[in-house]
Design a protein around this ligand. Structure first.
Ligand SMILES: [Zn+2]
Length: 105
């Protein structure tokens, strides 16, 4: 299932296959659940605290950091600042850093 999770605040969670931010009508489903305990557990499982705090780029010290995921499932930060990732030869060589997750998946 192409699962979507939207945590509205620390109490309300929407869960399902519908992309709530882009679709107005489909036959897909979305459940809304209320409960602070469930919302906090879900945020912890999805590493929300970690993912909400990207580091500064280790090369240019900029804040243009995006999150990516490797095929093996490892998450990593990546600097997308154009001057930072462009080498003199014209290749792109973006700064990346693996994200160390304390628990979960
Ligand atoms: Zn950079």
């Amino acid at each position: 299932m192409h699962q979507k999770i939207a945590v509205i605040d620390e109490r309300t969670v929407m869960l399902g296959s519908l992309n709530v931010l882009s679709q107005s009508w489909t036959r897909e489903v979305m459940l809304t659940m209320r409960g602070a305990y469930f919302a906090r557990k879900l945020l912890a499982h999805e590493h929300a605290e970690t993912f909400a705090r990207p580091p500064r780029c280790g090369r240019c010290k900029g804040a243009e950091i995006e999150i990516r995921r490797r095929k093996n499932g490892t998450w990593y930060w990546r600097c997308y600042a154009a001057p930072c990732k462009t080498t003199p030869s014209g290749r792109t060589d973006a700064w990346t850093q693996d994200i160390r997750l304390t628990s979960g998946r």
